[in-house]
Design a binder for this molecule. Structure first.
Ligand code: BES
Ligand code: ZN
Ligand code: ZN
Length: 477
């Protein structure tokens, strides 16, 4: 059940209500509060200068006063996403499913973040629970004092992020590569973008050797998904391409992963989820851009047909690769997609992938490791966007010295480097399959064990808000 976000002209009585007072608490004077309540709010904020929220409990509904502080900037915006999440945690205790929000001052810049935080924090992946009668789910946020177009955009962002989370959280026995294509096809129909996918036969005829090698031991066929949204008002002349790693489950293959935590690898298609969901959101919001999504998809399995260490494979580009570790599968399927991207003569390609544990070790779950080739200005823009949505980038280098680490004596490349600089050698590997301005994002924030404010545990939908924000700020590159 997705949260509906609507505009409302005036507050309704006896509803769970959130009032955004601003620093000027006097703004509550004109509201429908008793004298005692107003006094309580004044006294509360006087005695608790660091608190943002004040609750008025009225038997069967709650009124929450939010006092935004004065400063601005992306840290402050993030704070209001978190305040939104905190507000929902209280309102949920009150059993509410519908809330109304009113801005009493001029807080249009902060209100979207608050709504986003509240809605995203209410997300739960409960479709496989057979008993949900005790669950309180947020169904509706009605907003007084915001433009309908602004609200529509926020609802596109929220809806897209939740779609990405849904895809990421779906286990492989319910989401094979073909299921993923079907899911994307449904998103395409709903939001209005073009979608097609190449089946195994076509992938074989194109000789996408990376994708086929990873797929060798899978019970499911691979797919190669192509998404396109072209606004008639597109401001970019040549398309911007998003490439997403669509590994529907990563066992590690013959270089098998340890058992502990392996279930998380159902979300190893988080890059794909972000790409599909962002294009869904961009199309729904009708942003004036031309974007293409490429999603190579398979699971990475063990079996008698599986690739083994030492195998030499020929990639779609014609380059040969010695597979040293079958768990470095993401770069094999992405390389084929990056080569495929060349035919569009894109102005920029951004790939998103849960590619390495090394990126996670380096920056943890609070950031994304980014690398760039011939795309300095685009990276700066993306970096700015990443601060706005608080999916911050950490830039790693692609120095040529690292190339030595992925040289193979028997093939053009090998698929892993040494123990050092694991995120970078993965990036360096991919670089060999690009010939256009390119940004690589290793999504270390895509899968988390414990809920952190509005980022709910499991698949976070990372990258979705970032790509939408990038598309929103894109002029021409
Ligand atoms: N999907 C994993 C990386 C990963 C692990 C992402 C855990 C998020 C959470 C990727 O396919 C992988 O296994 N990478 C290996 C590469 C190594 C063999 C060079 C890794 O990082 O261990
Ligand atoms: Zn792997
Ligand atoms: Zn993987």
């Amino acid at each position: 059940m997705e949260v509906q976000i609507n505009a409302r002209k005036a507050l309704q009585k006896k509803h769970h209500t959130i009032l955004f007072s601003g620093n000027n608490l006097k703004s509550i004077e004109s509201e429908d509060l008793t004298k005692d309540e107003k006094k309580y709010v004044y006294d509360f904020f006087k005695a608790n200068v660091k608190r943002d929220l004040c609750f008025l409990n009225r038997y069967d509904y709650l009124i929450v006063i939010v006092r935004p502080s004065r400063s601005s900037g992306h840290q402050e915006t993030e704070k209001f996403r978190q305040i939104g999440a905190k507000t929902w945690s209280y309102i949920k205790l009150a059993g509410a499913e519908k809330v109304q929000v009113k801005s009493l001052g001029d807080h249009v810049d902060i209100l979207p973040a608050f709504i986003e935080g509240m809605a995203l924090s209410s997300y739960e992946f409960i479709k496989y629970l057979t008993d949900t009668k005790d669950k309180t789910m947020l169904k509706e946020i009605s907003v007084v004092g915001m433009k309908e177009t602004d609200l529509h955009y926020i609802s596109c962002v929220i809806s897209a992020t939740c779609k990405a989370r849904d895809l990421g959280n779906e286990p492989v026995n319910h989401l094979s590569s073909e299921d993923l294509s079907e899911a994307i096809s449904r998103l395409a129909k709903e939001a209005g973008f073009k979608f097609d996918f190449l089946n195994k036969k076509k992938i074989q005829s194109l000789k996408m050797g990376g994708l086929l090698a990873v797929n060798q031991a899978s019970p499911y066929p691979p797919t190669f998904n192509i998404l396109e949204y072209k606004s008639p008002k597109a401001t970019n002349k040549k398309p911007v391409i998003f490439v997403g790693k669509g590994v529907t489950f990563d066992t590690g293959g013959v270089s098998i992963k340890p058992a502990a935590g392996m279930e998380k690898m159902k979300a190893d298609m988080s890059g794909a989820a972000a790409v599909a969901a962002a294009i869904y959101g961009i199309a729904k919001a009708k942003l004036p851009v031309h974007v293409i999504g490429l999603i190579p998809s398979t699971d990475n399995r063990i079996g008698s047909h599986a690739i083994v260490p030492g195998d030499v494979i020929t990639m779609y580009s014609g380059k040969t690769v010695e597979v040293i570790n079958t768990d470095a599968e993401g770069r094999l399927i992405l390389a084929d997609a990056l080569h495929y991207a060349k035919k569009y003569q894109p102005s920029l390609v951004i790939d998103l992938a849960t590619l390495t544990g090394a990126a996670m070790m380096a920056v943890g779950e609070h950031g994304i490791v980014g690398m760039e080739k011939n795309a300095d200005a685009a990276f700066q823009l993306l970096n700015h966007c990443s601060e706005n949505v608080y999916e911050r980038l950490v830039k790693f280098p692609l120095w040529e010295e690292y190339d030595d680490l992925i040289k193979s004596p028997v093939a053009d490349l090998k698929n892993i480097g040494g123990p050092q600089a694991g995120a970078i050698t993965a990036g360096k590997f991919l670089e060999h399959f690009t010939d256009y301005p390119w940004i690589h994002l290793d999504l270390s924030n895509a899968i988390i064990d414990r809920t952190n404010s509005y980022r709910t545990s499991g698949a976070t939908g990372a990258g979705t808000r970032l790509l939408m924000e990038f598309a929103r700020n894109l002029k021409d590159l």
